[in-house]
Design a binder for this molecule. Structure first.
Ligand code: MBD
Ligand code: FE
Length: 257
């Protein structure tokens, strides 16, 4: 057996492509179209999008199959490091006229025994109500709808934001063209991204989805899990709220330690 991972994995992927070519009798024009499409993905800067939408879920499910504590899911292409740590009232930066129903997320970060973890960090980012991410969509001011909150001594946190809208892959680019050509929906259900981390624990990369919103059972990125779907409660003032507990597993000791 080869111990060279490149030989093993890339060799196997290429072999499966060759088999698919024979099985489906791929023609020269189809090969040329595929080649041009791959070039276009690079020129459009859509490789991070393509890989995170069409491949990451399989890596995530496999890598985290033995994970204890809360479910994670894919990171996706729109995380940015360096978001500000928010003070009370823990409101994600937003425009003055930010569109969308106000949303209050509350909850607790605990260990696998259910004990609260003080000083845990929740790095939160999301699309706006139109489905666009700051830092990637030039019409949004930088830093919008991105921020970190830290749990108190009781392990609890709060984040104030607005409900995000569903997201579509840019329809005008090569990934959008792929979806159109294949007859695949290019949509992701509305979601909030989080990385929950604390010293001595494995960081949890996850997303929260909303019950009764569109595309929940048809996520183009295949990243929805039942545990990650919440049912926000509507308050008298029209805002929404939900509570979510994040359970972190202990940091893994490196295999070679
Ligand atoms: C997203 O908003 C996202 O979270 C992922 C994983 C891929 C594309 C867009
Ligand atoms: Fe996203």
């Amino acid at each position: 057996m080869s111990t060279n991972r490149t030989d093993l994995i890339v060799g196997d992927i290429l072999k499966r492509i060759h088999e698919a070519i024979v099985e489906h009798d791929v023609t020269y024009p189809e090969f040329q179209a595929a080649k041009q499409w791959l070039i276009d993905v690079g020129e459009a800067g859509e490789w991070p999008l393509f890989l995170d939408v069409f491949v990451e879920f399989a890596v995530e499910q496999n890598a985290n199959r033995a994970r204890e504590g809360s479910q994670g899911t894919i990171l996706g292409p729109y995380h940015l490091p360096g978001a500000p740590v928010l003070e009370a009232p823990y409101e994600l930066p937003r425009r003055e006229d930010e569109v969308g129903d106000p949303l209050l997320i509350t909850g607790e970060v605990v260990d696998t025994h259910g004990q609260p973890i003080a000083g845990a960090e929740l790095d939160v980012w999301q699309a706006d109500a139109a489905g666009f991410y700051s830092g990637f969509e030039p019409s949004l001011p930088e830093g919008i709808l991105r921020g970190k909150v830290i749990t108190g001594e009781d392990g609890r946190y709060e984040v104030r934001t607005v409900l995000p809208g569903p997201y579509t892959i840019p329809l005008g680019g090569p990934c959008g063209a792929l979806c159109a050509s294949a007859g695949w929906s290019p949509w992701r259900p509305a979601h909030v991204h989080l990385i929950v981390s604390a010293e001595g624990y494995e960081p949890l990369i996850t997303q929260i989805f909303f019950d009764s919103t569109e595309y929940l059972d048809n996520d183009v990125a295949g990243a929805v899990k039942d545990d990650l779907v919440v049912k926000p409660e509507r308050q008298d003032d029209g805002s929404f709220t939900f509570d979510y507990e994040f359970k972190l597993e202990p940091a893994k000791v490196p295999a070679n330690a």
